[in-house]
Design a protein around this ligand. Sequence first.
Ligand SMILES: *[C@@H]1O[C@H](CO)[C@@H](O)[C@H](O)[C@H]1NC(C)=O
Ligand SMILES: *[C@@H]1O[C@H](CO)[C@@H](O)[C@H](O)[C@H]1NC(C)=O
Ligand SMILES: *[C@@H]1O[C@H](CO)[C@@H](O)[C@H](O)[C@H]1NC(C)=O
Ligand SMILES: *[C@@H]1O[C@H](CO)[C@@H](O)[C@H](O)[C@H]1NC(C)=O
Ligand SMILES: *[C@@H]1O[C@H](CO)[C@@H](O)[C@H](O)[C@H]1NC(C)=O
Length: 561
Amino acid sequence: MRTVLTHVVLLICCSSVRSGYLEEDQNVLVPGDWLHVGRVGPSEELELTFALKQQGVAVLEETLRRVSDPDSAQYAKYLSLDEVSSLVRPSELAQKVVRSWLQSHGVTECLSVHTHDFLQCTLTVEVAEALLPGAVFHRYVRDGHFQVRSSSPYSVHDEVHQHLDFVGGLHRLPPRGQDVASRGKNSHGKAGIHLGVTPAILRARYNLTVSDVGSAQNNSQAVAQFLEQFYHPADLAEFMSMFGGSFKHLSMVDRVVGTQGAGRAGVEASLDVEYIMSTGANISTWVFTNPGRHESQEPFLQWMLLLSNMSALPWVHTVSYGDDEDSLSAAYMTRINTEFMKAGIRGISLLFASGDSGAGCRHLTKEENCFRPSFPASSPYVTTVGGTSFKNPFKVTYEVTDYISGGGFSNVFKMPDYQASAVTNYMQALAGGLPPLTYFNTSGRAYPDLAALSDNYWVVSNRMPIPWVSGTSASTPVVGGMLALINDQRLLKGLPPLGFLNPRLYKLQGQALFDVTEGCHLSCLDETVQGKGFCAAPSWDPVTGWGTPNYPALLAALLDK
Ligand SMILES: *[C@@H]1O[C@H](CO)[C@@H](O)[C@H](O)[C@H]1NC(C)=O
Ligand SMILES: *[C@@H]1O[C@H](CO)[C@@H](O)[C@H](O)[C@H]1NC(C)=O
Ligand SMILES: *[C@@H]1O[C@H](CO)[C@@H](O)[C@H](O)[C@H]1NC(C)=O
Ligand SMILES: *[C@@H]1O[C@H](CO)[C@@H](O)[C@H](O)[C@H]1NC(C)=O
Ligand SMILES: *[C@@H]1O[C@H](CO)[C@@H](O)[C@H](O)[C@H]1NC(C)=O
């Protein structure tokens, strides 16, 4: 899956050192909304993350397959962080070579993680540019937030090349969040009259009764946020007093990991917390917030490091972060995918929003377009959540496709076995009704896996109730809270949590879910597809997955083994 690396000879100050790129296919262009501030001074400090090549990745993958397959004798026999560490930790040689390479450049201030497969080091720009030939560090700003990144690709010495997957902190600026608050105002001309999704509406639609709340001692759930946004505890309290209704719920987050910014709350951040705590009611909730503390860190990568360094974690994490697959290096995505396996094998469920651009659109040439899958939504080792709307926006009716619902086929990850027959059935059933095959890759991992309402939510942000909030960043915590409730019932029965859900979800064949069969999502506005991506259909589809949860039925289906 890794691309073949081209080795180049670079001349750096006086001596010639053979070095090669680790992420040749990484897009290093800085998006136009970031303003260039200038070159970073040679003595300024950076924090870079070295991803050391792991051992045992094939065993990890095979073990994950077994612990998440309900028909396997090893189902739900999860590993501890210690066991994961023994499995994947880099070879002694790899650790030694990387460390002595760093030391020979005077880099000694490094932190490791429990699994020994990441090193996070503090070093000056001058040292970093010598260590990583090609790197040139600049400072950029967007909306008052500064980031340091390299404007050109980096390479590493041949001696360490084979021991590293990638170096983090040089590329990948945080993507801009979807403008979650504004969509409703100009959508479908429904202005003025609408239902508005609240916890009570969600609980009615998904058949949650007042007694469907958490009560297990050790259960918890988490939302992770990487935009320059944070939730405000007072907003959460006000939201719960306005919309908390008759079900037992908590109005406070139990633990914040990371740094909560000061100033105004973000709508997206408020949304995540308010809704995971509405379906996953009375369940202890953690927020991982903007863990990139230094200008040169990648917040998403920092979160991955935290997961590898904490032995006690919530069982369910929902994340609304995503980037175009084609903007990221294969080495980076492959390694992050391995990090997802490391979480799954511990019994942790990772849920990602499928994105808000339908099938997406990438302009290949002036005339040629194709769809644009997004990552991590396209990872085979996460559960990806799409979006729906009520058929009749004024009532709790059945659901149809929300046209923004992200979905499609990966160009990087091949289709996992657990979904092969579901996807094949869709392709056969739709046959003539599929978009042209030049627009997507039929051999790739297809997503989303399931969905929930993503349209017209009420959120409290900066003490103000805000209507019309939409996006798969709403549906994801809604599903996450329901999974956490099912985990709760499993824990009460002495069963392990659900862990990586997909193999079991696909075996249900849509049982316990409300199938979404109407509507198409958006894509390229060109003559060939005219804005239309994939369409929903009976059973699984790449717009809404298997459909939306019927909680009591899903609980019943997942409450054994
Ligand atoms: C990981 O945790 C250990 C101890 O719990 C700590 O010493 C170390 O600095 C942490 N690593 C990172 C990268 O923060
Ligand atoms: C759940 O909701 C659906 C649709 O709202 C309804 O038809 C069904 O009877 C409800 N109850 C159960 C237990 O599925
Ligand atoms: C809420 O959760 C706590 C445990 O965290 C439990 O003791 C309590 O009974 C729960 N409340 C309800 C109404 O189930
Ligand atoms: C909760 O977790 C702690 C520490 O992991 C453990 O000692 C305790 O037995 C657990 N309690 C329950 C009810 O599972
Ligand atoms: C299609 O996906 C497969 C893996 O699923 C990959 O090997 C192949 O390169 C992809 N094709 C394109 C055109 O991206």
